[in-house]
Design a protein around this ligand. Sequence first.
Ligand SMILES: C[S@@+](CC[C@H](N)C(=O)[O-])C[C@H]1O[C@@H](n2cnc3c(N)ncnc32)[C@H](O)[C@@H]1O
Ligand SMILES: Nc1nc2[nH]cc(C(=O)O)c2c(=O)[nH]1
Ligand code: SF4
Ligand SMILES: [Mg+2]
Length: 237
Amino acid sequence: MLRITEIFGPTIQGEGAVIGAPTVFVRAGGCDYRCSWCDSLHAVDTEHRHTWAKMDSADVFAEVERLSGGTPLTVSLSGGNPAIQDFSDVIALGKSKGYDFALETQGSIAREWFSELAPLILSPKPPSSGHVVDWDKFDACVKAAGEAETVLKIVIFDDTDYAWAKDAAARYPQLPLYIQPGNHTPPSADEDDAAVDMDGIMDRYEWLIDKTLADKWYSPKILPQLHVLIWGNKRGV
Ligand SMILES: C[S@@+](CC[C@H](N)C(=O)[O-])C[C@H]1O[C@@H](n2cnc3c(N)ncnc32)[C@H](O)[C@@H]1O
Ligand SMILES: Nc1nc2[nH]cc(C(=O)O)c2c(=O)[nH]1
Ligand code: SF4
Ligand SMILES: [Mg+2]
């Protein structure tokens, strides 16, 4: 049985490599991290566990199929950390019907089935998160992906994160790189209040662009969280 926080869409992928692409999200419940600024605490904090559904792989894919009207698209597996659980059957079922699967993870747990993803999005956490990356475990995730497309997406809140992101990215010169400014007003775990400090978010995006360009760091694509610009902190979009 899989612990699922929510399945929603179709919406657009708001972040990273395939920003703007239609997708259905499957948000897994549970995470081995607890980032200070996590925007998905309802999928992380165990106090919300009672709201997570227990579904088998066929139920999960049936809901994806229902939401997408049976027309194949790329499904986004996120969380929480979806790598805690075994999504190999969901992926196999979906692929047999023409669906593709992207997955977002911090890179703390490697899974053999990462090689089935398109793409694997690895998002190592900078110092502001409060976590320290275990690079051996992270390397194992890159290795598990094998030939599958793999990209790096790093969230940056401040100068320390920026310097850290450059070092982290330098470890993987072969991987396409995306950087995004942090949302410093993530939803609180209990709130359905979608309000965000939009001016502050835009200021941080401009700060990150200016800083990266002035530094002549030309390898990353610098992207906002598009869904936050449109819908703020609203859930299920
Ligand atoms: C909620 S996480 C779930 C997947 C996985 N646990 C991870 O962190 O990659 C999805 C993405 O949202 C990013 N994210 C989380 N909170 C954020 C915030 N406050 N501002 C910007 N990005 C955030 C994460 O860094 C990650 O890239
Ligand atoms: N539209 C939209 N794009 C996203 N990209 C990554 C998300 C996530 O929470 O993993 C996310 C999300 O929650 N919604
Ligand atoms: S790793 Fe991802 S889901 Fe887990 S706490 Fe950090 S941002 Fe949230
Ligand atoms: Mg999100």
